[in-house]
Design a protein around this ligand. Structure first.
Ligand code: ZN
Length: 276
């Protein structure tokens, strides 16, 4: 009997997870380790630009899963809202150059206005992007964020809010991104994931872990298995709802960014296989 085959055919890693690596270095390491997909953050293409990054990505046997992250539509100043829509249009153009099928949206919030005002502005922003999204054939994924970010990052905190907004917008181009880090606490999660499945709106699935205690609300995400999230249970819910796309590892961590990145990658693969 040989060694069990390591199945990384649904494993995708976000460039931000290996922030110290350039896009090219990340691609080299991912290819060597049979990582099947990559989600590209805007910061990863800043130096070389979207066109060159697109050519580079196309030269590797790795799928581009998404471009991260647009959004930030909410602002009390209408000029800033117009600017945000402009920025998102550029991101759609960049996503097209990268051949990314999905733009992930961190929708935004502003402490100087109510959450419902922010949500109205988010909806307007997404609707304004629809013609470009359709033109390029790029889907828009609303990623609800944990409510601790409701002051300034996302007025959309639950999967229910994200799905309801995508249904209100009434376009099959708009769906949801399920990130276990943001949604694990929600007692309605199983029900809402089912609804998302029925509506065919699950566009992406992100994993990492919630460390306890967590030392930084942004930059202390854990490796799968290291915290309190029932990742496998949530993954089963998402798969039972019909999602069989990539499982995306998205970890922002000051601790892991200081590690040797190849060693970190091996730990990610091991942790991923444990959760599969
Ligand atoms: Zn995410």
């Amino acid at each position: 009997m040989g060694l069990p085959l390591l199945d990384t055919s649904r494993l995708c890693i976000h460039t931000i997870t290996h922030k110290p690596w350039s896009l090219e270095v990340a691609l080299d390491h991912f290819a060597k380790n049979s990582i099947a997909g990559i989600s590209v953050w805007q910061s990863a293409i800043e130096e070389i630009g979207a066109v060159q990054a697109g050519e580079l990505l196309a030269s590797y046997p790795i799928d581009v899963v998404s471009y991260v992250r647009g959004g930030f539509f909410a602002h009390p100043d209408p000029k800033k809202r117009v600017q945000a829509i402009r920025d998102n249009r550029i991101m759609l153009e960049e996503a097209a150059a990268l051949h990314a099928p999905l733009l992930v949206l961190v929708c935004g919030a502003h402490p100087a206005q109510s959450l419902s005002e922010s949500r109205d502005q988010i909806q307007e922003g997404i609707e304004a992007l629809l013609p470009d999204a359709q033109k390029y054939g790029i889907k828009l994924g609303i990623e609800p964020l944990h409510p601790m970010y409701a002051d300034s990052r996302s007025a959309i905190s639950t999967l229910r809010q994200a799905l309801d907004m995508s249904l209100t917008i009434e376009s099959p181009m708009v769906g949801v991104v399920i990130d276990v880090y943001h949604l694990w606490w929600d007692d309605q999660l199983a029900f809402e994931i089912k609804r998302c499945g029925i509506e065919n709106r699950i566009f992406a699935f992100h994993i990492c872990d919630w460390k306890s205690p967590t030392t930084d609300i942004l930059l202390d995400r854990g490796l799968m298995g290291e915290g309190c999230i029932e990742i496998k249970r949530i993954r089963n819910m998402v798969e039972d709802a019909g999602f069989l796309g990539y499982i995306e590892v998205e970890i922002f961590s000051n601790i892991y960014w200081q590690m040797d990145q190849e060693e970190f990658l091996q730990r990610i693969i091991a942790a991923y296989l444990q959760q599969s």
